[in-house]
Design a binder for this molecule. Sequence first.
Ligand code: ADP
Ligand code: NI
Length: 217
Amino acid sequence: MTSEKIIENTISFVKETLKDAEGGHDWFHIERVYNNSRLIASSEDVDPLIVALGALLHDIADSKFHNGDETVGPKVAKAFLSDLNVGEKVIGHVIKIIENISFKGGNTNQSFNSKELAVVQDADRLDALGAIGIARAFNYGGFKGRTLFDPELQPNLKMSKEEYKASTAPTINHFYEKLLLLKDRMNTETGKAIAEQRHTYMQGFLEQFYAEWHGKA
Ligand code: ADP
Ligand code: NI
């Protein structure tokens, strides 16, 4: 099967699988990450099929929505790609991308690195920033029944992966615990430049948020 056909089949599979997904982790998130990936990849020396499949399948079964089980996504992706007769090497690399893309509090060492992972990870991180990043954070917070903000509850920057996953903190805390940390963790030059601009936009949002919270005109 040609790369184009593999990608076409994967797009249909992802759209169908994520049709009832939470608004920040649905097909449109995948589509944005796929587009970001292609933009970033155009300045990098990477295998375009691996980048495309990594982007399209990275949230196929996010552990957040599968009782914390991190093995479901890789399993589903592997079964799907094997059915399409995609080569073992490509499948293995895509699985490594899915296993290693997530932030998980930022205090866990990443066990695998590749240029393709670097591209897809940046693409996914960009979608956590800027206007879309703000919208996604509050959508996820609402989905989980979180409060918007609580001045008594300080952000926790020293969370283990387990604590990060189990956190029930207000959504504003997530900005300090993850979103504002991302710009210094970007892998590629293209990713860094876009992240800077989206980071500044989020800082402006937070300033305005606190001003309104404290009743300033
Ligand atoms: P991880 O943070 O484990 O890598 P994701 O990258 O899948 O998980 O997170 C994707 C997006 O989901 C975040 O960028 C954010 O928009 C939303 N999200 C995840 N956890 C939270 C949270 N605790 N509060 C608000 N939004 C969250
Ligand atoms: Ni994602």
